[in-house]
Design a binder for this molecule. Structure first.
Ligand SMILES: [Zn+2]
Length: 392
């Protein structure tokens, strides 16, 4: 007797759900992708990994019977009680504080941009290290940060801290008018972290050699967003590419990897994948990263890194594609510094219009044009075949 597999085509809207690593939405997308890729006869590899799921609730600061809502920073610890407060406007002021057993309120110079999580494996700037060291020396009970428009997402206000292992509870807000220093406040930061297990999935198509052409698009989203352009559209394109190249025999092994953790400070999926490469002594020859593609009425731009100039020109000319400026805040960044040739693809509107909506509720499926994604998957399939021919 033949078992019937449930035939299922991937619909773009199924991917547009809130899906931070470890959440139900994320687990559902893993199951969905495993289902549709197994029907294409890709080999599925699952790397188990630990991750943290964040839960938050209404939080506030109160003084003189005035209650103001504040927002817990993602992955903040919980805090409840009555505290002294102290405003801090600059790094110089922060240097001047020895110890403070209350709530520090950061503003101005200290809240221009978010800090990297401590010891972020791919990049950790010295100025962030200095700030963390000063804070740990002062050892406040908690920190509230004032912020406006995030320079790199649509959030307004935006969190300055996003670090699973930071022991000091933090929250953010636009401002706290009339909250004065010489009177205690009462405060609740309702936020907690749960330990979860998840997976990094890999869809593999064996070639004549073990050397890999890697095609990636992160599958996780931030909290409180459907993440359609960031990055359901990239994941959908992976599937379209998988269909187009399914019948081709390649020299290289093709790995299609929906990275699970680009929008998480833990980057668990990326780290699990790097460990898998190391353990199996696998070598990456090329990387193609899709992040933020298919914006309606826009073109996709292709940024090249570590490519031979002639080869780059040939790819651009033959495929009539738009070359983009280099950017580094994506999964290709992990491979750039190992001198691996990478192509990163994003909408040409990413660093202008789209930057104002990413990581917010506005990032929904109406922003994405499926026709652009289908066309893009054809172009990328051609580029993969061209790169595969560079085989010695
Ligand atoms: Zn993204």
């Amino acid at each position: 007797m033949k078992t019937m597999k449930c035939e299922h085509m991937l619909n773009f809207n199924e991917l547009c759900v809130e899906r931070p690593v470890g959440s139900k939405g994320n687990d559902d997308i893993i199951a969905l992708l495993n289902n549709v890729f197994s029907q294409l006869n890709y080999k599925i590899i699952e790397l188990p990994m630990k991750c943290t799921l964040w839960q938050s609730n209404y939080s506030f600061i109160e003084q003189n019977n005035r209650k103001i809502e504040i927002f817990p920073s993602p992955f903040s610890k919980e805090l409840k009680g009555n505290y002294q407060i102290k405003y801090v406007s600059s790094l110089t002021e922060l240097y001047g504080i020895n110890e403070f057993n209350g709530i520090l309120i950061f503003k101005n110079e200290l809240t221009k941009a978010s800090l990297f999580p401590r010891n972020f494996p791919f990049y950790f700037p010295d100025e962030d290290k200095t700030k963390y060291e000063l804070i740990q020396k002062i050892n406040p009970k908690g920190i509230i940060t004032f912020s406006g428009q995030d320079p790199v997402s649509g959030l307004n206000p935006f969190p300055i801290f996003e670090d699973v292992n930071f022991e000091i509870p933090t929250a953010y807000v636009k401002s706290l008018n009339d909250i004065i220093e010489n009177k205690d406040i009462s405060l609740e930061i309702n936020s907690k972290n749960l330990q979860k297990k998840s997976k990094q999935i890999i869809f593999k198509k064996e070639g004549k050699t073990k050397e890999i052409i890697l095609i990636v698009a992160h599958m996780d989203s931030k909290y409180f967003t459907d993440g359609a352009i960031d990055n359901a559209s990239g994941v959908y394109t992976l599937y379209e590419i998988a269909k187009l190249i399914n019948a081709t025999n390649f020299n290289h092994t093709i790995e299609i990897v929906p990275f699970n953790g680009e929008d998480s400070p833990e980057v668990s999926g990326q780290l699990a994948y790097l460990k898998y490469l190391e353990k199996n002594k696998l070598k990456i020859k090329y990387v193609i990263n899709l992040d933020g593609v298919g914006h309606i009425d826009s073109e996709n731009m292709f940024s090249f890194y570590n490519f031979n100039e002639d080869e780059k020109k040939e790819i651009i000319g033959k495929n009539k594609i738009l070359e983009g400026e280099q950017w580094y805040s994506g999964d290709h960044g992990i491979f750039l510094f190992q001198d691996i040739p990478c192509i990163a693809i994003t909408a040409s509107s990413m660093f202008t219009d789209l930057m104002k909506i990413t990581h917010t509720k506005k990032d929904n499926m109406d922003l994405v044009d499926i026709k652009i994604l289908k066309k893009l998957s054809k172009t990328i399939s051609k580029i993969i075949k061209k790169l595969d021919a560079n085989f010695v």
